[in-house]
Write a protein that binds this ligand. Structure first.
Ligand SMILES: [Mg+2]
Length: 259
């Protein structure tokens, strides 16, 4: 437990500085409309004191459609395609795209992945220049994704394999996941880790929790994220009892962020 003066100072810092809230969309922010409406009201009160970023596996177009459907607040940034793209004011960040291009070879990765029978390519709407997405056959051998990662690495590709929701397999740049995208934006906004809260529910949110920020896992989290939390969770991570946006409200209260 940190000394009282430190906790007191941190609390003062929280009150004085703009904090950063990063949330995944499906099954974290979105999933319970009553909770979402309550959270939106609370965030609106704090809107001047915070930056808001949505970090989702969806494409930008699909995330915008979800925003219209569920009346999501307008964020400052969108991290879409599991961190493979960053959008601000409707335009993609070209510098981020350039940064994650290093060591990325889409054609070679597809050539390697298609040798893995349990993988089937997701629809074109889920693909983008820096993300290749597959469905994993539920009967696949448990080592399939470890073998895929090894094959990519052995071919000299700087790529990572991310598994989510017991079904989705994304091949991303080793530099282009949700967590690294948040770090990139934090550096631009000059927001320290202590005043950043990341929220998620599934495997493609793990990279969010791998940095030294505060972290909130909603009570309805998927088994792969809970397994990761049991193994790698830190004191700055909080596993909420409540589900969806109720869990985010619980986390904001726990970390004393906002009012
Ligand atoms: Mg999710």
């Amino acid at each position: 437990m940190s000394p009282f003066w430190l906790r007191y100072s941190l609390r003062r810092v929280h009150k004085l500085m703009r904090f950063l809230l990063v949330s995944d969309l499906d099954n974290t922010l979105v999933g319970d409309d009553a909770a979402l409406s309550m959270l939106n009201q609370s965030l609106q009160k704090n809107r001047e004191q915070m930056y808001l970023i949505y970090a989702t596996g969806r494409s930008y177009a699909s995330a915008r459609a979800l925003q219209r459907e569920h009346a999501l607040l307008e964020p400052d940034f969108w991290i879409t395609g599991v961190g493979s793209e960053i959008y601000r004011d409707g335009a993609q960040d070209p510098q981020w795209a350039k940064q994650i291009s290093e060591g990325w070879d889409r054609d070679q990765a597809i050539f390697i992945a298609q040798q893995f029978q349990p993988l089937s390519l997701q629809p074109i709407s889920e693909q983008n220049p820096h993300k290749i997405s597959y469905f994993l056959d539920p009967k696949a051998h448990t080592n399939t994704l470890i073998d895929l990662q090894r094959a990519l690495t052995d071919a000299g590709l700087a790529m990572q394999v991310v598994f989510s929701s017991n079904r989705d397999v994304d091949i991303l740049s080793a530099k282009g996941d949700k967590g690294r995208a948040v770090l990139y934006l934090r550096e631009q906004l000059n927001i320290p880790a202590e005043t950043t809260l990341v929220c998620g529910d599934s495997g493609n949110d793990i990279s969010l929790f791998e940095h030294s920020t505060l972290g909130l896992i909603v009570g309805n989290a998927q088994p792969e994220l809970l397994r990761w939390y049991r193994k790698h969770g830190r004191p700055g991570h909080y596993l909420a009892v409540k589900h969806y946006a109720w869990g985010i409200l619980e986390g904001l209260h726990h970390f004393q962020l906002g009012r």
